[in-house]
Design a protein around this ligand. Structure first.
Ligand code: UDP
Length: 377
C-alpha cells in the first residue's frame, strides 16, 4: 500500500519536507484526547497522510460523534479510557511510534468552575504519558497553550517571552501553571533522559466541532446568533485574539512531528491576524443575519438587542483577569518547517456557521457541545 501519496501533502508543505516514518515505514500515531475538537481533526489528517491512528479518550469533554465517521477506517482504533490508566497506556504506547498528547482539561469557564479537575488532569496525565513514552523511547508531541504567556503585554509573543501570571488565588492562572508544569516536565525528559519531545503552544484554535460549552467565544457567538439571542460580549469587547483554523493548526502539528530538528523545542502555533471581540461579534451577526444595526444593552435578555456587555466578574468570578491582546510570533515554526496559516478567520467562521446551523435549527443547540479536549489557547 502506498502510505503517502503526493496528493496527501500537507498545506504549504515544502516538497522536500523531512518525513520521519519510523522503522517499519508506517507511522503509528497515538492521540490522547483524540475525540476532542483538535484531536479529531488531527486523527483525520494523519489517516489521510497514511498513518495508523489510535485514539484514547475518556469522553469527559470529547465526544464520540467527533470520531464516529472514522471508526470504519481500517487504520483507525479507539480506546475509551483515561490516560491515567497505566496498564492500557503501556500497551498503546508500546504499539505506537509517535504520541500526540492532546488530552487536557481546557476552557476558561471549566478552569474557573473546576480547578481540581483541570490541574489533576493536566499534570497527572502528562506525567503518565511521559513516563511510559520514556519506557518505550517514543517521540512525544505535547499540546500546550498561549495561556502560558498570561498577562504579558508585549505581544507578539516569541517562545522565549516571559510568563506573566497572576496570583494563585485567581483560578484562571491554574491552567497556565498546569501546562507550564507539562512543558517543564517534557523538556526535562528531553534534556535529562534524551526522550524526543516537541512542545507546541496553541493559540485560539477554531473550527467545526468546537463547543462553546466551556467558554470558547467563537462557537458561543455563532450559536447565540443562530438562536437569535444577543451575543454576550465580556468587558468592552476591545480585547483581541487571533483565531487560527483547526486545519492549519493540525498541519503545523504534523509538520513538527515529521521534523527531526524540532525535537527539544517549543513552538507557537496560531494565526497572526488580530481581531477584537467586538469585530468578531459584528462579523458573526453579519454572516448569520445579513445586514443588522448595532444595538446594545446592559440588560441580559433585553429584547431586540444584538449584543450585551457583561463585566468579567459576572461572566467568570470576582477579580477575574483577562489578557487584552494575544498575538503569536510564528517566525520559529515558519523558519523550521515552512508552515504558516492559510485560512482567513472569516472563512473559518463561515464553515462553523454552516456546521452549526442545522444543529441549532433542529432544536438541539446545547448538544452542539460538539467537542473539546484541547482547544486552547
Ligand atoms: N468572550 C466573550 N464572550 C463570551 C466568551 C468569551 O466576550 O461569551 C471573550 C473572553 O473574555 C476573551 C475572548 O472572548 O476575552 C476569548 O475567550 P475564549 O474563552 O474563547 O478564549 P481565551 O483567549 O480567553 O482563552
Amino acid at each position: 500500500m502506498n502510505r503517502k501519496p503526493a496528493s496527501n501533502r500537507l498545506k504549504n508543505e515544502k516538497p522536500m519536507a523531512t518525513l520521519n516514518l519510523g522503522q517499519s515505514g508506517a507511522s503509528k500515531a497515538l492521540i490522547t484526547g483524540g475525540a476532542g475538537f483538535i484531536g479529531s481533526h488531527l486523527a483525520e489528517a494523519l489517516l489521510a497522510r497514511g498513518y495508523d491512528v489510535t485514539v484514547i479518550d475518556n469522553l469527559s469533554t470529547g465526544q464520540f460523534e467527533n470520531i464516529a465517521h472514522l471508526t470504519d477506517h481500517p487504520h483507525f482504533r479507539f480506546a475509551i479510557d483515561t490516560i491515567t490508566n497505566e496498564v492500557v497506556m503501556d500497551r498503546l504506547v508500546s504499539e505506537c511510534t509517535v504520541i500526540f498528547h492532546l488530552a487536557a482539561a481546557v476552557g476558561v469557564e471549566l478552569i474557573v468552575q473546576d480547578p481540581v479537575h483541570v490541574i489533576e488532569t493536566n499534570v497527572l496525565g502528562s506525567h503518565v504519558v511521559l513516563k511510559i513514552a520514556n519506557r518505550y523511547r517514543r517521540k512525544v508531541l505535547i499540546a500546550s497553550t498561549s495561556e502560558i504567556y498570561g498577562k504579558n503585554d508585549h505581544a507578539p509573543f516569541h517562545e522565549n517571552a516571559d510568563q506573566v501570571l497572576g496570583p494563585t488565588t485567581k483560578s484562571r492562572w491554574s491552567y497556565a501553571t498546569s501546562k507550564a508544569v507539562d512543558e517543564f516536565l517534557g523538556l526535562a525528559y528531553y534534556r535529562q533522559l534524551g526522550l524526543p519531545v516537541v512542545i507546541f503552544r496553541l493559540f485560539n484554535t477554531v473550527g467545526p466541532r468546537q463547543t462553546g460549552q466551556y467558554g470558547m467565544v467563537v462557537p458561543r457567538f455563532v450559536q447565540q446568533a443562530l438562536r437569535g439571542e444577543p451575543l454576550t460580549i465580556y468587558d468592552n469587547g476591545q480585547q483581541t485574539r487571533c483565531f487560527c483554523d483547526v486545519t492549519d493548526s493540525v498541519a503545523a502539528i504534523i509538520r513538527l512531528a515529521e521534523c527531526p530538528e524540532a525535537i527539544g523545542n517549543v513552538f507557537n502555533v496560531g494565526s497572526t491576524a488580530e481581531v477584537s471581540i467586538m469585530e468578531l461579534a459584528r462579523t458573526v451577526l453579519t454572516l448569520v443575519n445579513g445586514d443588522y444595526r448595532d444595538e446594545y444593552s446592559a440588560v441580559v435578555g433585553a429584547e431586540g438587542q444584538h449584543m450585551i456587555f457583561i463585566p468579567y466578574e459576572k461572566a467568570y468570578e470576582p477579580g477575574f483577569e483577562d489578557m487584552r491582546r494575544r498575538v503569536p510570533d510564528i517566525s520559529k515554526i515558519k523558519a523550521m518547517t515552512g508552515w504558516e496559516p492559510t485560512v482567513p478567520w472569516d472563512e473559518t467562521l463561515r464553515r462553523i456557521i454552516q456546521s452549526l446551523r442545522s444543529k441549532v435549527i433542529c432544536g438541539n443547540p446545547s448538544s452542539s457541545a460538539e467537542e473539546t479536549s484541547t482547544d486552547r489557547s
